[in-house]
Design a protein around this ligand. Structure first.
Ligand SMILES: *[C@@H]1O[C@H](CO)[C@@H](O)[C@H](O)[C@H]1NC(C)=O
Ligand SMILES: *[C@@H]1O[C@H](CO)[C@@H](O)[C@H](O)[C@H]1NC(C)=O
Ligand SMILES: *[C@@H]1O[C@H](CO)[C@@H](O)[C@H](O)[C@H]1NC(C)=O
Length: 485
């Protein structure tokens, strides 16, 4: 019986549509109290960009269009991808996530009419495709843009396994399946291997020719990170066209919660509890299957990724773990003298530790972790997960976290002489020096996630876009009711 009586149908239609697979809390709005924060981010962006343009582009334009998008577009479509201007090789991964992702996202966000952007993306894809040599399943990590040659004995799963969102989209828009086939072949070679130390958790090092592991070290941090991120994001972007992605992600997450987030104590197995503060930390596992209680700023995307995937799978255990992981990463910010979190950290736990100094132990005893590398490289991951936590829960604590970071950024990262924003050498020192360095991910990711945290949640809803690992939004298809298979 498929006919509803009219009054019931009307009542049903009046309810907000909440799909099981949706990520954002329905009806979410940013309270008026935070109205000014979006403009704070905008100001940081324009100040920072103007210093970046002046110093990083080598020449100072005496006049330039005040329309930053047009300046950026013009610059981008004039990049010559036919040869290398520096004599060095080009990273296939970084060029994919920054340039290819940026071109495709700009093409979509401007209504899919500016075909110059798509042509440029295709030109770049054709160039990068030289990274797959012969019948190799994985691309070489770096390519000589002048000779189109590449070679290397090893690559890692992040470099070889973080291409599918961009290459898949390129195939969709060009009608040429070659790009998608290459990138899927690489991720599939990694995801299909069963010779891992823990189920679903691919080792960090892989050999381009065979896809076999050269190193089975397990981590959610750099050199592994975005491979795991893309498993669930690509499942969403392709609506489970191939079940391998969601199955591998779910197995990886399950192993993580079972084996990297728990210690077995005399009483019972339980989540790893830092000795102080009860923060949920995710350990690494080294090639001797030993847990290493180390974390990193790069790793801290994991909370947001668990929240996203947990929502898609309608699994609250995973969502709640993601929220706790996010809170633990935010704690690395809240605990320092500058209010900004470190590049590297570790913690003391019941089953061993990494050998902290007396000063580190004292810090751990108060904050539940200690700093191993105190620089802050303008990275996004903590504010990225904080953004997912806000959109999924509607808890204003996450807005407060972002506002606190903006205040700290203006106090610590701003370069008074130029108005730019630069790397901080020591987050534990309020008199820390800065480094003459600004990476493009400060603009593409950190400031974008902060802006979106305070923006109308329905504008760039996490239910309508999948963000690539450089935070370039790509339009998502209408969501399935669930991604469980
Ligand atoms: C566009 O970019 C090219 C190359 O980067 C540059 O020479 C030219 O001045 C730019 N034009 C405008 C209007 O900005
Ligand atoms: C790249 O190839 C060009 C042309 O063959 C060569 O001159 C250059 O040395 C190569 N660069 C590197 C870093 O191998
Ligand atoms: C949710 O995820 C957890 C952690 O992987 C797992 O133990 C549990 O079985 C999942 N629940 C369902 C209903 O699939």
């Amino acid at each position: 019986m498929h006919v509803l009586c009219p009054t019931i149908a009307a009542a049903v239609l009046a309810l907000p549509v909440v799909q099981a697979g949706s990520i954002q809390k329905s009806g979410l709005t940013v309270p008026a109290k935070y109205a000014a924060q979006r403009d704070v981010v905008k100001q940081i962006f324009t100040d920072s960009w103007s210093a970046y343009q002046q110093f990083a582009f080598g020449t100072m334009r005496s006049t330039y269009s005040s329309d930053l998008y047009q300046v950026a577009r013009n610059h981008t479509i004039n990049v010559d991808f036919s040869s290398s201007k520096t004599g060095g090789t080009v990273s296939v991964f970084e060029t994919t996530i920054r340039y290819l992702g940026g071109l495709l996202s700009a093409y979509e966000l401007t209504g899919k009419t500016d075909t110059v952007l798509l042509d440029k993306a295709k030109q770049l894809g054709d160039k990068l495709a030289f990274a797959w040599v012969g019948s190799n399943v994985l691309p070489y990590p770096a390519l000589n843009f002048s000779s189109n040659s590449a070679s290397a004995s090893n690559t890692n799963i992040a470099e070889a396994g973080t291409l599918v969102l961009e290459w898949g989209r390129l195939s969709e828009y060009t009608g040429d399946t070659k790009y998608k086939t290459l990138a899927e072949k690489a991720m599939s070679a990694i995801a299909s291997r069963t010779d891992t130390l823990l189920p679903g958790l691919a080792g960090q090092g892989v050999q381009p020719a065979t896809g076999a592991f050269s190193n089975k070290y397990i981590s959610w941090g750099g050199a592994s990170d975005s491979y795991f991120e893309y498993l669930i994001k690509y499942a969403r972007q392709t609506n489970n066209a191939n079940q391998l992605w969601v199955k591998t992600w779910r197995t990886a997450v399950d192993s993580t919660l079972r084996s990297l987030a728990k210690v077995h104590t005399l009483d019972s197995p339980r989540y790893i509890r830092t000795t102080v503060g009860n923060w949920l930390m995710i350990a690494d596992m080294d090639t001797s299957s030993r847990l290493r209680h180390v974390g990193s700023h790069l790793q801290c995307f994991h909370g947001g990724n668990f929240i996203m995937g947990g929502k898609l799978l309608d699994n609250d255990t995973i969502v709640q773990a993601g929220i706790r992981m996010t809170d633990a990463c935010v704690n690395t910010y809240a605990s320092t003298a500058t209010g900004i979190g470190p590049e590297g950290f570790a913690w003391v736990s019941a089953d061993g530790n990494e050998g902290p100094s007396a000063a580190q132990t004292a810090f751990n005893n108060i904050h539940g972790f200690y700093v191993t590398d105190g620089s802050y490289d303008l990275r996004p991951e903590v504010m990225e997960s904080n953004f997912y936590a806000w959109r999924a829960t509607g808890n204003v604590q996450y807005l407060d976290n972002a506002a606190a970071f903006l205040e700290a950024a203006n106090a610590r990262l701003r370069v008074s002489a130029t108005g730019g924003y630069a790397v901080l050498n020591d987050v534990q020192n309020t008199a820390s020096s800065q480094r003459d360095r600004t990476e493009s991910f400060w603009f593409a990711e950190t400031l974008k996630y902060l802006y979106l945290t305070f923006d109308d949640p329905s504008r760039y809803s996490l239910d309508n876009y999948v963000f690539n690992t450089e935070a370039h939004p790509l339009i998502a298809p209408t969501a399935l009711a669930t991604y469980n298979v």
